[in-house]
Design a protein around this ligand. Sequence first.
Ligand code: MN
Length: 245
Amino acid sequence: MIDLHCHLDLYPDPARMIAQCVERNTYVLSITTVPKAYRHTHQLASGATRIRTALGFHPQLAASRTSELDLFESLLASTSFVGEIGLDGSNEHRSTLPIQRAVFRDILDLCEGAGGKTISIHSRSAVNEVLQSIAPHAASCRLLLHWFVGTPRQVARAAEMGCWFSVGPAMLASARGRASVAAMPPSRVLPESDGPFASLRGEPLKPWDAWLMVPKLADIWGKQDDEVERAMFQNFRSLLSFGIT
Ligand code: MN
């Protein structure tokens, strides 16, 4: 199984969660939310060959953690994976957008300067602005749009730019989420859980629960579950063969 966006360090017992991922042979892109969390989170998974840790700076925390930008910069050379970064224009976080923009722009420039990274991107209520911000970096970075809810036109713009999309069962529980996914090119879609933030029927999702997206995606695409499973592994291989690992 594959989970391209999961906050392993935010479960009550991260070490146990990692051990369970190893037992289940689950590939996980472990997403952090602040630079200070990176070292420890990376360390916890150091023995797990199917887990990679991304260096993050969540837009919802950009204003309170701006002082960690120097730490972000000093850690960047140690990983090929960055995230979660992005912009959040929802009511609760709109007031910090000026700081979010500055942090997002700095990080994208740092990634570009480092020769490109694989980046997991948050775009809630800020889709157009995120697309505009990442466009200049599409040639050097692998852009993985997480929980991307856009119009068919916005999805098409992202796909033309070369973006990938990580899609989870919680996103597919909403009609807007399903409409967004229906517009995505099947060759660019990958599974995510967004656990433990995302939940289904009141239960926080675990990394292997990302796979619950398969039957839902099969419905949308009019395919069999096993065809979708094969497509997810094929997409995963082609994402990782892009150059940087
Ligand atoms: Mn997330």
